[in-house]
Structure formats: C-alpha cells, structure tokens
Design a protein around this ligand. Structure first.
Ligand code: UD1
Length: 383
C-alpha cells in the first residue's frame, strides 16, 4: 500500500450502452453540483456506437460529451468484456480515481468494475442487487459479479438488499437510494415529444384507437428463428386489436432480415421505427394504451408513468414493478397476452402506484452519501 493521497482522484463514471445513459445523466449532474465531491470524469466504453443508440440519447439527456471514449464496439461477450478491460486499465492508471462509478448490468459495467477492484479502487454500483435468478441472461451474470466487486451498492428497491444478503454481501455496503432512471424520467417528462408528432413523422397514421409501443431485443426472444417468429406472430395478432409502434434495436432488425421474417411485420397496423431518442420514447410510452417489451428499464418507466406493461420474459429482476406497478410477465404466452390486451382495452388495465423513493432525487442522495463515504475512507495511492 502506498501513501494516503492529499488530493482525492476523480470519480470515473462509466457508461457503455443505451440503458446506462439515463442512469448516469442525473448522477453526473448531482456529482458535478456537489462541491464535496472530486471532479467527475465521464468514460464511454463505446459498447454502443450506433448514432440512434448513442449520440442522440446523449443530446436528449443533456449528458456532456464523454471525456474519454474507449471505442470498443461490438464483439462476443468475452471479446467485448476483455477489450473494455484492456482499454480501461490505463485510464485508471492515469487518473488514480478515488472511485469508479458504474450503473446497471451491461458488459461494460462488469468489465470496469473488475479492473477497478483489482487495482484497489473502490467501486460504486448504482442499481445493485437486482436479480432475475436466470443465469441464461448475460446481464444476470454481470449483476452478480459487479455486486461482489463493489464497495458501495446503491439499490432501487428493498428486495435488492435480501438478494445481496443471500450472496454474502455485508449489509453496511448496501444503501437504498431510489431509482436514478426515474430521476431522468421526471426531469425530462415535461419535454417529452408528443406521440402524435413521432407517429406523424413515421407516417403511422393511427387515429383515436390509440396504439401500443413495442421493443424487443433480448437474445431469448430474437436470436432463435422460432422464438422470433413466435414473437412476431403474437405482435401481428395483437395489432389486429390495437395498432403497434415497434422501435427496433439494430440487433432485432438484423435477425428479422437474416431469418427472412420481415413479411410478418408487413401490415398497415404495425409501424416499424428505428431506435428512438429518449424524448420521443418517453412521449410514445406516456401516451400509449400499453407497452409490450422485453426491456429492463421500460418495466420501471411504465410503472412510473402508470401505463400497463406486458413484459415478454419469463422472469424479471424488478419485482416491484409487478407487486406495486403496472407490469405483468407474459413470456410468449399468446393466449395470456391476447387476454390481457383485451382486458386493458376494456378497463385500462393495471394502474399501480409509484414505488418508494422513485421520487426524482435518487442521484442527489447517492452524491451526498458518496461524499460522506469518501471523506471517511481516504484512498491509498495505487500500485
Ligand atoms: C446491451 C446490453 C443489454 C441492454 C441493451 C440495450 C449487455 C450484455 N447487454 O445489449 O443489457 O438491454 O444493450 O440496448 O451488455 N449493435 C449495433 N449498434 C450498436 C451496438 C450494437 O448494431 O451501437 C448490434 C451489433 O450487431 C451487436 C449487437 O447489436 O453485435 C449486440 O450489441 P451488444 O452491445 O453486444 O449488446 P445489446 O444486445 O445491445
């Protein structure tokens, strides 16, 4: 161990992929406006590089340009994770950070946590302790390992503490802070682009009937031809009851094309859009009759917006959205989905309530806690 440092090193704040940005934006604002914290440096690993998954969202969320871009791009999980690690290590060496702050559960989250932990740099994980108990999801493996490596675990719902306790993580590392993704939602809600505008621009002239919003990109739904065909068949049937707007991830578009399934989306009642900006998506969700998705974040956003959400997965790491919110797990159960769609059309569906501490101030609480923690945990110089 080296000497204690006089000047605390920066907070290295890491983002890699789309769902990270709406979590990091409020954190960065809170860190930079808290004078008790060291300067915050934004590192983008480059996991997502597509302009619609990336630059557009930065602008919408008022996220400053990254100070450092590692430019890793796509690859297998091993290659992508290893490449982030290889490129992040010299950044840690150069900055000697007082803490590495990671959010969510993408490959970049784990890769940067592992580099930091091995160098004795404290790791703060925001959105810790969520578990789907499904290790077939790459994100579940990222969550478990990131939490093991973290010194500070900020959680979004109380069930996370029990998950972490079961994995042997000491309770004093765990802090229930609330949901930074909902900080972003509340901060930007008044600027959401009206859905009618987005639909007009996409020439989707759905009338008074309303519409449903669809996103699908999980490997379990889109990587196998049969699973994807089944998902698209369901969408087609739902669209006979309610027109659908599908904002499709590039991965899904590629699979639809390569499996020769694009005809299934070819109906006047399904509008296929590219990935949307944050403010467009917020508007589309806010005015929707229902949302059909396999996304993690949209389960939470629909709960905060009080819009019924049918989640096309067998499990969720966000149980509070089911217990208190508007979410229902439907997998690819065609009969169940059609029944619930009919019910939503008839009654408006599940209304739910806003979970505890989803109040728009989670990032502020995290900044204040982190400042206190750093003041009482002076950092040794790294090897
Ligand atoms: C990643 C996250 C997932 C998150 C999703 C949101 C992991 C393990 N997964 O999944 O949790 O829900 O982001 O978008 O980190 N691609 C592009 N352009 C890009 C990025 C990717 O076309 O800018 C295509 C490439 O074909 C790539 C594939 O999408 O191989 C998968 O990208 P990757 O970053 O590996 O994971 P996502 O599926 O986007």
């Amino acid at each position: 161990m080296g000497n204690l440092r006089d000047n605390p090193g920066a907070l290295l704040c890491v983002v890699g992929a789309r769902p990270n940005y709406m979590k990091m934006a409020p954190l960065l604002r809170a860190f930079r406006s808290n004078p008790a914290l060291p300067p915050a440096v934004l590192v983008h690993t480059g996991q997502h590089y597509d302009p619609m998954l990336n630059d557009r969202l930065f602008a919408d969320l008022a996220l400053p340009r990254p100070d450092i871009n590692l430019g890793v791009g796509s690859g297998s999980h091993a290659v992508q994770t290893a490449e982030v690690m290889r490129r992040f290590e010299p950044v840690v060496d150069e900055h000697q950070p007082s803490c590495v702050v990671v959010v969510g559960d993408v490959n970049s989250t784990l890769a940067c946590s592992l580099v930091a932990a091995k160098k004795g740099v404290p790791v703060a994980h925001v959105e810790a302790g969520l578990r789907s108990f499904d290790r077939a999801m790459p994100e579940e493996i990222n969550r478990i390992l990131t939490d093991q490596l973290s010194d500070l675990l900020y959680t979004t719902e109380r069930s996370a503490r029990d998950n972490l306790a079961r994995e042997g993580i000491p309770a004093e590392r765990v802090h229930f802070a609330g949901n930074v993704m909902i900080d972003s939602l509340l901060f930007h809600k008044s600027r959401a682009v009206p859905a009618v505008q987005t639909l007009q621009a996409a020439r989707a002239g759905f009338g008074a009937e309303g519409y449903g919003v669809v996103t699908l990109h999980r490997p379990s739904n889109v990587d196998e031809p049969e699973a994807l065909r089944e998902s698209l068949d369901i969408l087609r049937e739902v669209s006979e009851r309610l027109p659908l707007v599908c904002a499709l991830h590039p991965r899904t578009v590629a699979r639809v094309d390569s499996f020769g399934l694009s005809h299934l989306l070819n109906t006047g009642r399904i509008a296929v859009l590219p990935p949307q900006g944050y403010l467009e998506m917020l508007g589309l969700m806010a005015w929707a009759t229902l949302v059909l998705t396999d996304s993690g974040g949209m389960q939470e956003e629909t709960t905060a917006l009080s819009v019924p959400c049918l989640t096309m997965r067998e499990n969720t790491e966000r149980p509070i959205t089911i217990e208190q919110g508007t979410n229902t797990l439907v997998g690819r159960d065609r009969a169940l989905i059609l029944r619930l769609v009919d019910e939503i059309l008839a009654t408006g569906g599940k209304r739910g309530r806003t979970p505890e501490l989803w109040d728009g101030r989670a990032a502020e609480r995290i900044a204040a806690h982190l400042a206190r923690w750093l003041a009482t945990h002076p950092m040794p110089l790294h090897a």
